[in-house]
Ligand binder design. Structure first.
Ligand SMILES: C[S@@+](CC[C@H](N)C(=O)[O-])C[C@H]1O[C@@H](n2cnc3c(N)ncnc32)[C@H](O)[C@@H]1O
Length: 407
């Protein structure tokens, strides 16, 4: 196929971040800035039904919101991602939230005044929890959880979002990492987190962002965020906008580790297994064959068979997902995949071409691939391509917007 990549500076959005246009309500790894989608929809004058099969914290759906899409579906396997996205795109009664917030403050204040009240609360327990949380933090988080559990379901999620960030911030994890690393022992001795103050500050911030940026635009819209892999739900979409993972979660962006505490506290039983459930999480037994990517995987295989199989798992999953997504797009519908070409064993994998190839096989034409500089993505710019500790290399400084249209 004649495949052309065009450098397009317009899509760099240099100096801009996520927050420039639509602040996020919760940290999330490898978020895409919504400006990319907003500009793409404008450039191609797209309206209609939107799908994001890997919606994460919802930046593609946000782009749809800005551009007046009336119906959108997002899918993600990570319950934390689903909580963030669902909260942003649900219509929540803010007057009720303010009243409940006031009551929550009063209830907690009254509760902690009486020391023996604590014996009525179930302190959250799971394997290794004391390694990550001090006793007072664990106790106060358990009190918060006890009261948040009592909140009506129609508004509860807006309290769970800041609760989730509070869990991580008040734990012994280094907060600037996506993976779970404990702070040093001497830092633990100086660590003193005020759970309630962290939580209520965050709650005010979330309510403020939600009310100003999201709520005014979601009147009467049909936005559904599904906690599962993408499934064809008997709908055809006019447009797909998505940024899939760059590779498996073990050697690229650690979504499962980043979300583990939140998912555990939110009651997701498989929190520790999440990375296995994500794309490329299960290692296959054969090399991915019959595609543009195969030669590259074979080169990796010469250096490490194991790495070649890990990489293959990811492309098997992406292949399967694209076949499903392709079926759900209307004739003349457009798909935009925003991907990065990561390096494994010093070999750069052309995922952009792979995506274009797979959609072509499924009856799409290549419209364009734009190359953009990756200056505003919250992700590690270094990783360990050989997957050996300490052996890091710059990974990606560019990403690709692959646009295809269905014949
Ligand atoms: C690059 S992130 C998407 C980021 C999103 N655009 C945002 O701004 O937050 C990729 C997402 O794919 C999700 N994911 C990985 N494997 C998946 C699968 N098989 N089905 C659905 N989602 C999956 C991860 O949980 C992660 O949230």
């Amino acid at each position: 196929m004649g495949y052309l990549v065009t450098r397009n500076e317009k899509y760099d959005f240099l100096g801009q971040s996520y927050a420039t246009k639509y602040p996020n309500i919760h940290k999330y790894p490898a978020t895409m800035i919504p400006q990319i989608g907003i500009e793409l929809f404008k450039e191609l004058n797209i309206k209609g039904k939107l799908l994001d099969p890997y919606c994460g914290s919802g930046s593609c759906l946000t782009a749809g919101l800005e551009n007046g899409f009336l119906e959108m579906d997002g899918f993600d396997v990570n319950p934390l991602a689903v909580l963030i996205s669902r909260t942003k795109f649900s219509e929540i009664d803010i007057d009720k939230v303010e009243i409940v917030k006031q009551n929550l403050q009063n209830d907690i204040y009254d509760f902690i005044k009486q020391e023996n009240n604590i014996s009525n609360i179930q302190i959250v327990q799971y394997n290794n929890i004391d390694y990550w949380f001090s006793k007072p933090v664990l106790q106060n988080l358990s009190i918060l959880k006890h009261f948040i559990n009592k909140i009506d379901k129609d508004i509860q999620q807006i309290f769970l979002v800041p609760f989730s960030e509070t869990i991580r911030e008040c734990s012994y994890t280094r907060n600037n990492e996506f993976k779970l690393y404990r702070i040093k022992q001497e830092e633990i001795l100086q660590f003193n987190s005020d759970v309630f103050s962290v939580f209520f500050n965050k709650l005010n911030k979330v309510i403020g962002i939600y009310s100003k940026y999201y709520l005014p635009k979601i009147n009467n819209l049909k936005i559904n965020v599904h906690c599962s892999e993408f499934k064809n739900i008997n709908k055809k979409y006019d447009v797909v906008l998505t940024s899939p993972p760059y590779g498996d979660s073990f050697t690229t962006v650690a979504y499962g580790q980043f979300s583990m505490f939140s998912n555990q506290w939110l009651g997701f039983e498989s929190a520790r297994q999440l990375d296995r459930m994500l794309m490329g999480g299960h290692t296959v037994k054969q090399i991915y064959d019959g595609s543009i990517i195969t030669d590259y995987v074979k080169q990796i295989s010469i250096k490490s068979k194991k790495r070649a199989l890990e990489v293959s798992s990811f492309y098997f999953d992406l292949h399967k997902s694209i076949t499903n997504v392709a079926k759900s797009v209307k004739k003349k519908g457009i798909v935009f995949y925003i991907v990065g070409n990561r390096r494994v064993q010093d070999i750069q994998l052309p995922t952009d071409q792979f995506v274009a190839e797979q959609f072509e096989i499924n009856g799409f034409n290549h419209l364009f691939t734009y190359e953009r500089l990756l200056s505003n993505k919250s992700m590690p710019l270094k990783n360990s391509p050989s997957n050996k500790a300490g052996c890091t290399k710059g990974t990606m400084t560019k990403e690709y917007i692959v646009a295809m249209s269905k014949q």
